[in-house]
Design a protein around this ligand. Structure first.
Ligand code: SF4
Length: 442
């Protein structure tokens, strides 16, 4: 029996799909080389934007075609599913299962059809299932960079966000389980560890908070990098700043979502900080970590956002000079507080605002990247590409999470089987672009 997993959404979902693969292989399923070979198709969905949900409706049509060819084909939906979509999907899937019940999929999949997707915020359900599914071993997608969830869920209820409703309350993994998993990864020569959570800053296991956990991971012997995402400005403590600065393996990269540059909009978004506070935080972090790469998340066109309020986001971008940013146009999400507000910023205007911010980001990111030209940096190679059927380049990330196109100095490395993927290499930066750097392998 073969399985095929379709994954949408964030790193957390990608990590969950690695666990699903491991559980299915325990049941003697094998990975199908393509969707047509599958006897079980798993869709691990995301509901953060309507476009992500629409993709699942798009899959359904294809599944019906595949089922006509393979009568035994079963389809399973999991991941972040909104109540408003659940009933509709029951007509189109054989199984709809909560990811938190992953350890029971073995039994459930013996049934022909089955739905088990309790309300993710149901206390009884969370008492019983907690975050135990995170104890399931993962089938990592590569052998050098690993996603390690440290917690699941979120309690912040930002007015525009569905995560608290689909992922449930914040539940932290046991620190000892996290450390054990990472020790094994490092023993197997992994080079990069991503600590994942919707809000890693509020991680808590008895008296171990996030800075303490970072220190524990940093103490694991080995040559590897530590990254983490996502953070939450209100919970980004001085202790965490000091820990980032002191821990040698913790990289100079931070994603600190601000979401808007206007205090009134932040209040309506239920984001409990002011722009003044956010700027002070960033200033403090940059004092301690001078060559920090800072990225953020922004929503443009939130209900009621005036031209003047948008200008505040513009000036924040000009002042902070982010290296990277995920800029999204506001889209109402069912069940969220903001969905009750009038979505009165026209789509055309939202798109204009997104474009305007992107132009500023391009300028500030290029200005920052130019500082790397002539420098030698360490790069973790994560991909290779053949350009024009002859020139092979490698792609990778610096410690500060800058994307680098690595060119090979001479033909010696043009031999097809030379593989730098998963290795730390030294690179001389020769050019800067808005979204990355170009360099020569040393
Ligand atoms: S902190 Fe992040 S995940 Fe949590 S509700 Fe806000 S935007 Fe969503």
């Amino acid at each position: 029996m073969n399985y095929f997993i379709i994954t949408y959404g964030c790193q957390m979902n990608r990590s969950d799909s690695e666990r699903i693969a491991a559980v299915l292989e325990k049941m003697n399923y094998e990975k199908a080389s393509n969707i047509n070979e599958a006897d079980l198709i798993v869709v691990n969905m995301c509901s953060v934007r309507q476009s992500a949900v629409d993709r699942v409706y798009g899959n359904i049509k294809n599944f019906e075609k595949l089922k006509r060819k393979n009568k035994n084909l079963k389809t399973l939906l999991t991941g972040c599913i909104l109540k408003s979509d659940l009933e509709k999907f029951k007509k189109h899937f054989d199984f709809i299962l909560s990811i938190k019940a992953l350890s029971y999929w073995l039994e459930i999949l013996r049934k022909g059809k089955y739905f088990y997707y309790p309300d993710p915020r149901d206390d009884k359900f969370n008492e019983e299932f907690n975050a135990f599914y995170l104890k399931e071993k993962q089938k990592y997608s590569n052998n050098f960079s690993a996603f390690v969830p440290i917690m699941t869920g979120c309690n912040n209820f930002c007015a525009f966000c569905v995560v608290p409703y689909v992922r449930g309350p914040e539940i932290s993994r046991k620190a000892k389980d996290i450390i054990l998993e990472i020790e094994n990864l490092i023993k197997n020569n992994f080079k990069e560890i991503w600590l994942l959570g919707q809000n890693v800053n509020s991680y808590k296991d008895a008296n171990i908070n996030f800075p303490k956990l970072l220190k524990m991971v940093n103490e694991i012997p080995g040559n590897f990098w530590i990254r983490f995402t996502s953070s939450y400005p209100r919970d980004f403590s001085d202790e965490l700043i000091d820990t980032m600065a002191e821990c040698e393996k913790v990289t100079e990269y931070l994603n600190l979502p601000v979401q808007s540059g206007d205090d009134e909009i932040l209040k309506k978004m239920n984001r409990p900080y002011t722009i003044e506070k956010y700027k002070k935080r960033v200033k403090k972090i940059r004092e301690k970590i001078p060559n920090l790469t800072l990225s953020t998340d922004i929503i443009v066109g939130f209900p009621g956002e005036t031209e003047k309020q948008f200008k505040n986001t513009l000036s924040l971008f000009k002042e902070i000079k982010f290296d990277m940013a995920y800029i999204a146009r506001y889209s109402p999400r069912p069940g969220t507080v903001a969905a009750k507000l009038k979505d009165n910023v026209p789509l055309k205007e939202k798109e204009e605002r997104r474009k305007t911010l992107t132009e500023i980001l391009k300028e500030t990111a290029l200005e920052k990247n130019k500082k790397y030209v002539g420098k030698e940096v360490e790069v973790l190679v994560n991909e290779s590409r053949i350009i024009n059927n002859e020139l092979r380049i490698f792609l990778g990330k610096t410690r500060a999470y800058k994307t680098v196109k690595v060119q090979i100095p001479d033909t010696r490395y043009q031999i097809p089987n030379t593989n730098l993927i998963g290795q730390f290499v030294k690179v001389k930066i020769v050019d800067a672009l808005p979204w990355g750097l170009k360099g020569i392998l040393i």
